[in-house]
Design a protein around this ligand. Structure first.
Ligand SMILES: *[C@@H]1O[C@H](CO)[C@@H](O)[C@H](O)[C@H]1NC(C)=O
Ligand SMILES: *[C@@H]1O[C@H](CO)[C@@H](O)[C@H](O)[C@H]1NC(C)=O
Ligand SMILES: *[C@@H]1O[C@H](CO)[C@@H](O)[C@H](O)[C@H]1NC(C)=O
Ligand SMILES: *[C@@H]1O[C@H](CO)[C@@H](O)[C@H](O)[C@H]1NC(C)=O
Ligand SMILES: *[C@@H]1O[C@H](CO)[C@@H](O)[C@H](O)[C@H]1NC(C)=O
Ligand SMILES: *[C@@H]1O[C@H](CO)[C@@H](O)[C@H](O)[C@H]1NC(C)=O
Ligand SMILES: *[C@@H]1O[C@H](CO)[C@@H](O)[C@H](O)[C@H]1NC(C)=O
Ligand SMILES: *[C@@H]1O[C@H](CO)[C@@H](O)[C@H](O)[C@H]1NC(C)=O
Ligand SMILES: *[C@@H]1O[C@H](CO)[C@@H](O)[C@H](O)[C@H]1NC(C)=O
Ligand SMILES: *[C@@H]1O[C@H](CO)[C@@H](O)[C@H](O)[C@H]1NC(C)=O
Length: 812
């Protein structure tokens, strides 16, 4: 090696082509380059990287990085990461040819990257006769220095998508994301210091750009930022602490010196801090800017909704179709058929022909692009504002506050439960496949929102009672509507008379969000706690009907924490949780000594009732229903464990706590109750005694701290029961045996069977009530997951999001 360096030096006057073989390069990058040296790519080798310089410790290397079969970039990468993660790239958008391209340290002191034909695709734009060498430091900084080691140029003065520890982020340095996973090309997201001195994340797409971090809806002080320090300086320290002059400081979850880190603006627009596991070469996330993926702008394009369940999913709005399914950033467009009638509508605008209606998307919002904005506006007025404006695509209405935003374009759509916000989408009438009459009904209902709410409910009731009548004749149906509307009208007038609080549109509306109920209100709703739905360790549950006709379940909580403040703050967290597989909490009441929890009422009762009903009062749960229940429960738990604002361990997953709605979609009940129960060991004992034996993970008995993996265990037991249709506790005939032992033994046996070739045992194993009507591959997957979930050693159990992925991958 010394010989090689000496060689470079002696020949530095003449133009030299130094060809490094990969075998050499992989381990023996040289430590510095002298002026006049030039190094070529070698595409005939298969390796992803061709090292030119290696940092003294060997942690970083720079050289040619293969981005396509015959295309290379000049990059700096982490040698210790298994994927050779790139930290910096000179030519991310213009890779050079794999044959004959060169990195040249020119006589005048500049570094240049020359393509095969000699054109410079990148250069340091520097002339410094004093430049004596180019070297790569242990920080990952590539520098050109003079004789006295003064830095004339450094790669730390620029960045691609990654900031390294000790690399300052300034007004000139910004991070720009890559365009897709695994690519280096420039994407649409940027981290930069804005003109107000704040560090921000912006989506800078082909059509629009918008800032999404820090939360643009918040005031400066809510985001805990400062806009007054003009130094615009931020740095990530070796220890994992990030300091910024705008106070956007944070710590890695694994603070400490000895870890290699990087702060990367990922292709999905999220800013993440990564730590390298030196043993495995894998990166793990130790901080991220946005916990909810859909808060990032530009992921789904226009006229679509972003969901995270548990992968990012985009879906088009009603009446729209996707432009390019492989690139959602192009969004959705109106279906062709509709465009015609839409234009018709515009033409007939003058004739005032309402050819559209409004379709409600509850708890949804689209970011900005408002035609106007008004506060404390009644619903009808807001609706009119949108109806009257040809450009209005939809309007957003925030109940209670009366905030009204008619919108021109629909971008960054996502679930928006807090503050509660609804979207009313303009839908041309032809989209509705229902007969003309039916669409008129919906139209009517939507116009007189309050009355219609009642009438449509009555109407629905009428349908279910008199199904024949609905189909019998449209005249009869019309009659129903009329009667319903008249009754509704009376009711409304009646309400107006009795309740002074019913003075505005906001009345029924306020109650649709999370709130505090009065005790008397709930007494009335439940008719003095008459109809008991069930009762468990945490309390008895009663059915009730609120003033706004919502059916609810009211739970009397036993053994809850006494401090009212603490109770409220815990509940405000739980109340904000919203997921389709979790029972929605509407509110609570804390009057007197009685603490009540109000949640949505789920029609079809709990899973144990449906699954362990051997008298066959209820039809047997079919296989696809069971698979769907398993998947839904997994999604709900994954959300609690990984996704929601405050991660929650359920601690009592069992069929009794899994409710089924009218479509047999599962909803998990009683999550977060552990947080409300009295603290200390007694709370844990309580759950142990009250929780059904057989669902409790072994670590409860061992007094180990309880993590999400305890829920994974319980979930595994529920999976076994879904497949077999028998309670695990009554499954083993040997009554003497401990149920925990029984689970262990039977899963050991199961494991052996699953590993074997022969699958004939499956027919014997799966619930006999299905008469063999089940899907073999799905059953195998469910059992495999179940067996891994009930592992004794909790680190060997999968995470819930992994379970969801496995189950989804089978369906897809
Ligand atoms: C390129 O790499 C291959 C495989 O390592 C080697 O055999 C070949 O000699 C190299 N070619 C040049 C021009 O260095
Ligand atoms: C490169 O990889 C391809 C496929 O992986 C293989 O067929 C080929 O022999 C490899 N070439 C060299 C030089 O190793
Ligand atoms: C060098 O200068 C050219 C033209 O002025 C510019 O496009 C390029 O970005 C500069 N390169 C660097 C590394 O600053
Ligand atoms: C800076 O952040 C800390 C917590 O991260 C907060 O307590 C403090 O109030 C913030 N300062 C300003 C000026 O917002
Ligand atoms: C501004 O930020 C810089 C860098 O973080 C810091 O050194 C300086 O003290 C700050 N100035 C003020 C007035 O807070
Ligand atoms: C690093 O990876 C190894 C091997 O996968 C693993 O055993 C170890 O626990 C990991 N270390 C950390 C700190 O995650
Ligand atoms: C997706 O579409 C946008 C245009 O809307 C385009 O700029 C971008 O390059 C496309 N991305 C991919 C990966 O094709
Ligand atoms: C238009 O609508 C008709 C019937 O409603 C449907 O069969 C046809 O596929 C639609 N065409 C397009 C292009 O969507
Ligand atoms: C579930 O709900 C559907 C629709 O409401 C109903 O027809 C069915 O009887 C219910 N099943 C059970 C088991 O309650
Ligand atoms: C079983 O389920 C898988 C995945 O859901 C599906 O692809 C397959 O077609 C199903 N097989 C049968 C026989 O229904």
């Amino acid at each position: 090696m010394t010989m090689r360096v000496a060689y470079i030096f002696t020949t530095s006057i003449s133009f030299l082509l130094l060809l490094i073989s990969v075998a050499l390069a992989k381990d023996h990058g040289i430590s510095y380059l002298g002026p006049g040296s030039s190094i070529s790519t070698n595409s005939s080798s298969n390796s992803t990287t061709t090292t030119i310089l290696l940092s003294p410790s060997g942690a970083f290397a720079c050289g040619f990085y293969r981005v396509a079969t015959n295309a290379f970039t000049f990059s700096i990468w982490f040698t210790g990461s298994s994927g050779k993660t790139v930290a910096w790239t000179a030519n991310r958008d213009v890779p050079v040819n794999g044959r004959g391209s060169r990195l040249s340290f020119q006589e005048h002191g500049g570094l240049a990257l020359l393509d095969y034909d000699g054109t410079a695709v990148w250069s340091t734009n520097m002339t410094a006769a004093r430049a004596s060498r180019a070297e790569l430091l242990d920080s990952g900084n590539l520098v050109v220095v003079d004789q006295d080691h003064r830095q004339l140029w450094k790669s730390f003065d620029s960045a691609t998508d990654t900031l390294l520890p000790s690399q300052p982020m300034t007004r000139y340095v910004q991070l720009v994301s890559a365009s897709a996973r695994g690519l280096l090309y420039t994407g649409f997201y940027t981290l930069y210091f804005d003109s107000d001195n704040q560090l921000k994340l912006i989506y800078d797409g082909p059509e629009i750009s918008s800032i999404y971090w820090p939360n643009p809806a918040n005031k400066l002080w809510v985001n805990q930022r400062s806009a007054y320090n003009r130094s615009r300086y931020a740095v990530l320290q070796q220890t994992g602490q990030f300091f910024s002059s705008d106070n956007s400081s944070f710590d890695a979850s694994d603070l400490g010196e000895k870890v290699m880190r990087r702060l990367t603006l990922d292709y999905d627009g999220n800013l993440r801090l990564y730590s390298l596991n030196a043993t495995s070469g894998d990166w793990s996330v130790s901080w991220m800017a946005l916990r909810r993926v859909c808060d990032v702008h530009g992921l789904c394009g226009k006229n679509s909704l972003c969901k995270y369940i548990p992968k990012l999913e985009c879906s088009c709005l009603e009446g729209f179709e996707v432009v390019d399914a492989s690139n959602w950033s192009k969004g959705c467009r109106r279906k062709a058929n509709i465009t015609a009638s839409w234009d018709d509508r515009r033409r007939h605008e003058a004739n005032n022909m309402a050819t559209f209606s409004f379709s409600k998307l509850a708890q949804t919002d689209f970011y900005q692009h408002d035609l106007e904005y008004a506060d404390s506006v009644p619903f009808l007025q807001c609706k009119e504002a949108c109806s009257d404006n040809v450009d209005c695509q939809a309007f957003s209405y925030r109940r209670g506050e009366g905030k009204c935003y008619p919108k021109v374009s629909l971008l960054n759509g996502k679930n928006f439960p807090d503050p509660y916000n609804d979207i009313y989408l303009k839908v041309p009438k032809v989209v509705m496949s229902t007969p003309e009459l039916a669409s008129t009904v919906t139209h009517e209902c939507k116009i007189h929102e309050k009355e219609a709410d009642i009438s449509s409910r009555m109407f629905k009731g009428a349908i279910s009672k008199f199904k024949v009548g609905y189909f019998l004749s449209s005249a009869l149906t019309l009659l129903f509507i009329e009667v319903a509307l008249i009754i509704a009208g009376c009711l409304v007038v009646y309400k107006w008379k009795i309740g002074p609080e019913v003075t505005d549109e906001g009345y029924t509306i306020i109650s649709s969000q999370f709130r505090i109920f009065s005790h008397s209100e709930l007494l009335k709703a439940t008719n003095c706690f008459q109809e008991e739905l069930g009762s468990g360790g945490s309390g008895a549950v009663y059915k009730g009907v609120l003033d706004d006709e919502r059916t609810v379940a009211v739970k009397k909580l036993n053994d809850v924490i006494h401090g009212e403040q603490e109770f409220r703050s815990e509940l405000s967290v739980i109340g904000r949780i919203y997921h389709m597989n979790l029972v929605r909490i509407w509110g609570f009441s804390v009057e007197k000594t009685c603490k009540l929890l109000v949640s949505e009422f789920i029609e079809n009762g709990s899973l144990d009732r449906a699954l362990f009903d051997y008298q066959r009062i209820i039809p047997v749960l079919q296989w696809n229903q069971r698979y769907n229940i398993a998947l839904g429960v997994a999604k709900g738990l994954a959300y609690l464990h990984h996704e929601c604002l405050e991660w929650i361990v359920h601690c009592d997953v069992k069929p009794e706590n899994i409710l089924l709605d009218k479509d047999f979609e599962p909803k998990i009940a009683d999550f977060g109750l552990v947080k409300l129960q009295k603290r200390g060991s007694r709370a844990l004992m309580l759950s142990r005694v009250h929780g059904t034996r057989g669902y409790i993970a072994p670590e409860w008995a061992l007094n180990l701290p309880i993590t999400g993996k305890a829920d994974v265990y319980s979930y595994g037991v529920v999976l076994l029961e879904l497949v077999k249709g028998i309670r695990v506790s009554s499954w083993m005939v040997d009554a003497e045996e401990e149920v925990e032992m029984a689970v262990r033994c039977s899963t050991e046996i199961l494991k052996e069977k699953l590993a074997g070739e022969d699958q004939s045992w499956l027919l014997e194993f799966v619930d006999h009530r299905l008469d063999g009507e089940f899907n073999h591959s799905e059953a195998m997957v469910m059992l495999k997951i179940a067996v891994s979930c009930v592992e004794e050693e909790r680190s060997r159990r999968p995470s819930m999001s992994h379970v969801v992925e496995t189950m989804l991958s089978l369906v897809e």
